[in-house]
Design a protein. Structure first.
Length: 475
């Protein structure tokens, strides 16, 4: 019998699990995929929004601002990349400047600090490649970019190090409440828990509706992106948004924490909760709309494209809290943008709700710090030589594009909740994220997974499931 089972190991579920580990109890996270950070969290804009977009008084507004305020300190405690670069919401000459004024007032009501509207002369000083017809912009210096993989994995590792259990390839098929507790069934196992946290992303409505008569409906909203090589990473230095519409914040142009350039996302409501394919039409729209914000974008430097799904609930706001007609069932549902920004604050509140309902005592052994995988590129020449003397694996380059060593990949595989696939290694180390997109390093990574994760070649996958890479050997 668990005190709490969290369903979903994305940014929200992992943040909740980490905060639950501050309390003494028996906790489990169930994840349908083979790793943490395998759903919405792995494919988004990686923006820590300042908090001016959300309607004042909404849960989005509350959690966005609080989450943004927590993020920088968390990045230091848990050792994940974060950079407060600021953002601009741009307004063209043919657009209504009053919309920026509305965003400014909304931001002030939401408690966002240091917002102001700036004119073209200042914009050009900040962003020389800004489009020629941009007249003014809302400047939010508290906006930031983050590594969504790094953040989610850090939450999950810290939770596990503090005693939270994780089960992967454990998609929930059925939830029932029996004799005052929950019975949760996967394809292979059955679990019992006093409470449940529903952080299942686009599937959160399916799970909620199994236990509640007050139904939710989540529409997957697909967003397509283009990612540029690091050679284009300095084309802009702030996150540049367009004036938002009812479907979202429009096509953005932003640097990433790792030095790439990112364009996107589109916003297309679809029926398929697994529909993460890119399309020629979607990527064409990304390029067409991005050109309205920034000129001279170097499209020859695009190295990959991808799509992610946002969990849009019909009510348009986050659904956070205990289900009215099912005591002990806590929702963290409808988490679309600014969900990544909000994750730290949602984690705190939901964990407190669960702990209060169960009267859980504090975990006196809780350790809130975590050290990430060593980035050997950041070492001095002398430091790197000393490291290689101690561990020669750090002198063996596996991924040439990103200069990732065997030592870093071995750490990614053998550490808490270690990688079990090529994508698991990629999200932890960036091996395979460079210009050649793993064209060179895949066989070398497979060798390391065989040796350190104790997998056969036929068991090594790109991203779990049926994404196998080797179908057999010839003698």
């Amino acid at each position: 019998m668990y005190d709490c089972i969290v369903i979903g190991a994305g940014a929200i579920g992992s943040a909740i699990a980490r905060e639950l580990s501050r309390y003494s109890g028996k906790f489990l996270v169930l994840e349908s995929q083979e790793d943490v950070c395998s759903g919405t969290t792995k494919a988004n804009s990686a923006i820590v929004h300042a908090g001016y977009d959300a309607v004042p008084g909404s849960k989005k507004a509350l959690y966005n601002v609080r989450g943004s305020e927590l993020m920088e300190a968390l990045s230091k405690e848990l050792d994940f990349p974060y950079d407060r670069i600021g953002s601009l919401v741009i307004c063209r000459k043919d657009q209504d400047r009053s919309e920026l004024e509305k965003l400014l007032e909304q931001g002030k009501k939401n408690g966002v600090k240091d917002l102001r509207i700036i004119e073209r002369d200042e914009i050009v000083q900040m962003e020389p490649h800004i489009a020629d017809d941009i007249e003014c912009a809302l400047y939010a210096p508290t906006a930031a970019v983050v590594c969504p993989f790094g953040m989610c994995i850090a939450f999950a590792e810290n939770a596990a190090d503090n005693g939270v259990e994780f089960a992967f390839n454990a998609g929930v098929k059925e939830i029932t409440k029996e004799d005052g507790h929950f019975v949760i069934k996967t394809a292979t196992e059955s679990y019992e828990s006093k409470t449940v946290v529903n952080a299942a992303g686009v599937y959160a409505d399916v799970l909620h509706n199994q236990v509640s008569s007050k139904k939710l409906h989540i529409t997957p909203r697909k967003g397509e992106y283009e990612l540029f090589d690091k050679s284009a990473g300095h084309h802009v230095s702030h996150t540049i948004f367009q004036l938002p519409s009812k479907l979202g914040k429009g096509i953005l142009v932003t640097p990433t924490v790792h030095g790439n350039l990112l364009l996107g996302p589109t916003a297309e409501d679809i029926d398929d909760k697994e529909g993460t394919n890119t399309t020629a039409a979607g990527l064409s729209q990304v390029e067409k709309m991005a050109a309205l914000s920034v000129k001279d974008l170097p499209y020859r430097d695009v190295i990959t494209s991808f799509a992610g799904l946002r969990a849009h609930e019909d009510g348009g706001d986050f659904i956070i809290g205990e289900c009215e007609d099912c005591k002990g069932f806590f929702d963290a549902a409808g988490i679309e943008s600014p969900g990544l920004s909000s994750a730290p604050a949602i984690g705190v509140d939901v964990a407190e709700m669960v702990a209060k309902s169960l009267s859980l005592p504090k975990n006196e052994k809780f350790n809130g710090t975590r050290k990430g995988i060593l980035d050997s590129k950041k070492l001095s020449f002398e430091e790197r030589n000393e490291l290689i003397k101690k561990n020669p694996a750090y002198g063996q380059i596996i991924c040439r594009c990103e200069s990732i060593t065997a030592g870093e990949i071995i750490d990614a595989i053998t550490r808490t909740l270690g990688a079990r696939s090529l994508d698991g290694i990629k999200r932890r180390t960036r091996a395979g994220m460079g210009r050649c997109q793993a064209g060179f390093c895949t066989p070398r990574q497979m060798d390391l997974l065989e040796k350190y994760a104790h997998l056969t070649p036929e068991q090594v996958t790109k991203s779990g499931g049926n994404s196998i890479l080797v179908f057999g050997k010839t003698k």
